[in-house]
Design a protein around this ligand. Structure first.
Ligand SMILES: [Zn+2]
Ligand SMILES: [Zn+2]
Length: 236
């Protein structure tokens, strides 16, 4: 993440951004000692779940440093809720944003480290819109002269994918695929599918000084709002 670009784009949210940066760094540091297993294929869910107790210990220690007290909730249970993309339970008296940052980072850092250690388990070619390693759907892609590259928002893997094909339902019919751009955000498109109503954001690398996928995603949140206003849904 390029924090400086983020702060200059959202100056009124500087304090929150700096807090997120600091929490992410603490999670990364706390995970340095965590054992990362060798897998015999792409990351299966049950293997990931078996690492949650360790991951919960990491999150709890970062939470203790941040809040000054022990978590008043079951961190492993919360990780499971988060992994299932279920709504967070109401926990009184806590900063939910900070907790979300810690869990999101811990989860994606774990998958990143697993992917790095197990890169041989990832197929060289892949024809789906969900990540061949962790199964998450790409939220963002980069277009260049050589084609489209999708990026996994969770483990950071990237892979080639046809431009004229929906990443969610595989629809490749020109007449039900489309895109739109927004004024003031040159080089970023919402690429949508009318068959399944999902969309991804696509960065045109020729039209824009591009940053890393995570930063581009954060810089283009306005496009997500526009896509939802147009009746489209974020990838599952
Ligand atoms: Zn992935
Ligand atoms: Zn579709």
């Amino acid at each position: 993440m390029n924090w400086d670009i983020l702060i200059s784009t959202y100056p009124s949210e500087k304090d929150d951004i700096l807090r997120a940066k600091s929490l992410q760094e603490q999670v990364d540091a706390a995970m340095n000692d965590m054992g990362i297993p060798v897998l015999d294929g792409p990351c299966p869910e049950d293997r990931l779940i078996s690492l949650f107790p360790d991951l919960a210990r990491v999150c709890s220690s970062v939470w203790r440093d941040y809040s000054g007290s022990e978590p008043s909730f079951d961190m492993a249970e919360l990780l499971q809720t988060f992994a299932n993309k279920e709504a967070f339970p109401e926990i009184e008296g806590i900063n939910e944003d900070a907790l979300q940052v810690i869990l999101t980072r811990a989860f994606s850092r774990l998958l990143f480290l697993l992917r790095e250690k197990n890169s041989r388990a990832i197929p060289d070619t892949w024809s789906q819109g969900s990540c061949p390693f962790c199964g998450a759907f790409a939220r963002i892609g980069f277009d260049s002269e050589t084609g489209r590259v999708l990026h996994c928002p969770t483990c950071g893997h990237s892979w080639r994918y046809p431009r004229v094909r929906c990443t969610v339902c595989g629809n490749a019919d020109h007449s039900t695929l489309g895109y739109f751009e927004a004024e003031g955000l040159e080089g970023i498109r919402v690429s949508f599918c009318k068959e399944c109503s999902h969309y991804i954001k696509v960065i045109d690398t020729a039209a824009r000084d591009t940053a890393d996928p995570e930063t581009e995603d954060a810089l283009s949140l306005e496009m997500d709002n526009l896509a939802v206003e147009e009746g489209f849904t974020e990838v599952p």
